[in-house]
Write a protein that binds this ligand. Structure first.
Ligand SMILES: [Mn+2]
Length: 334
């Protein structure tokens, strides 16, 4: 996966003008954004022509795994999730009766070509900008709203940044996860999947951040939580907190609501295909109860950290991730 990156770094230390490499990188980035822009535009035009749609979920894959501290498998998740959404073993209705095969409910603008861009030696700060730009291109096309398929959790930073900048201010964020992902710079990486919410809070992109499902948290995680005013709901008090979490009302006075679901918020009994297996988590029904009862106009969402390389042979976690995407689609579209 990193061969091309190494190759181009060798070139940049050789006698090659920096501008030659940078111009080439810019052309690849432009081409990548053009494909997303035109796919989103086509779908936006279609929905506006059909009329009567206020909000429609649009899948945007971000196959990025290299900011994981342990395994990189989440880079391979988006095609597995799409396959499971449409696999035919179940019908196309969500639990509350939305039809996923109706383009007014769900469309797909494809993947940000992460590996192709990295293969040109583009660094993470620019790569994060490409992800933010891609999210904004989807939001340009009303009534499309981005439903992002990760990827590891590092992608939530550029996605949330884009949604907040596009909506013009801080968001209320519901974050379901075993981990708070709020280290200042995990293992020295400011873009680590364990640091995305530190970047989000520093950037002022969240008015409220509610973290639910937490059961692997260090003293730094708690200190950072206090420092940024994060509302951390830990699993050890879930039975006490559940009536609050199943009656959430978010977004009043904020510019929008964002939902980020790390598949490892679930107990590994329900979702073994994750990099960081952490027992003692939420059941699938716990998560659906929280999402179904959430009172909010959801502007965008992500499902991250599904690792197909750790899934069961019959793809159980792919189905779990796909159902999360299906039910989030129902939450977004109207
Ligand atoms: Mn996690």
């Amino acid at each position: 996966m990193s061969q091309g990156t190494k190759w181009i770094h060798k070139l940049s230390t050789a006698n090659i003008p920096a501008a030659l490499i940078e111009n080439g990188q810019n052309r690849v980035i432009d081409a990548s954004l053009t494909l997303i822009r035109e796919r989103a535009k086509l779908r936006g035009e279609l929905l506006r022509a059909l009329g009567g749609v206020k909000a429609s979920a649009s899948l945007l894959g971000v196959p990025l795994g290299h900011n994981s501290s342990f395994l990189q498998g989440p880079a391979f998740a988006p095609p597995r999730i799409r396959e499971a959404i449409w696999c035919g073993s179940t019908n196309s209705s969500t639990e509350e009766g939305k039809e996923l095969n109706d383009p007014r409910v769900l469309t797909d603008v494809g993947d940000v070509p992460i590996q192709e861009i990295r293969d040109c030696g583009v660094d993470d700060s620019r790569l994060m900008n490409v992800i933010s730009e891609s999210v904004k291109l989807v939001m340009e096309e009303e009534p499309l709203r981005p439903l992002v398929l990760g990827g590891d959790h590092s992608i939530s930073f550029p996605v949330v940044r884009a949604v907040s900048e596009k909506l013009g201010g801080p968001l209320d964020i519901l974050h379901l996860d075993a981990h708070p992902d709020i280290y200042h710079a995990f293992e020295g990486n400011i873009y680590s999947h364990a640091s995305s919410f530190a970047r989000i809070m520093e950037g002022g992109y969240a008015r409220r951040l509610l973290q639910v499902g937490i059961r692997s948290i260090t003293s730094e995680g708690r200190e950072q939580g206090k420092r940024f005013g994060v509302e951390q709901y830990e699993m050890r008090t879930f039975s006490k907190d559940r009536h609050i979490l199943e009656n959430l009302k978010l977004g009043e006075g904020a510019k929008g609501v964002y939902v980020s679901v790390d598949v490892d918020c679930l107990d590994p009994a329900f979702a073994p295909g994750v990099s960081h297996i952490e027992p003692g988590g939420l059941s699938f029904r716990d998560v659906l109860n929280i999402l179904h009862n959430l009172q909010a106009d959801v502007a965008a969402a992500d499902v991250v950290e599904f690792n197909p390389q750790r899934d069961t042979v019959d793809g159980m976690t792919a189905m779990v991730a796909a159902k999360l995407v299906r039910e989030l689609t129902a939450k977004i579209s109207k």
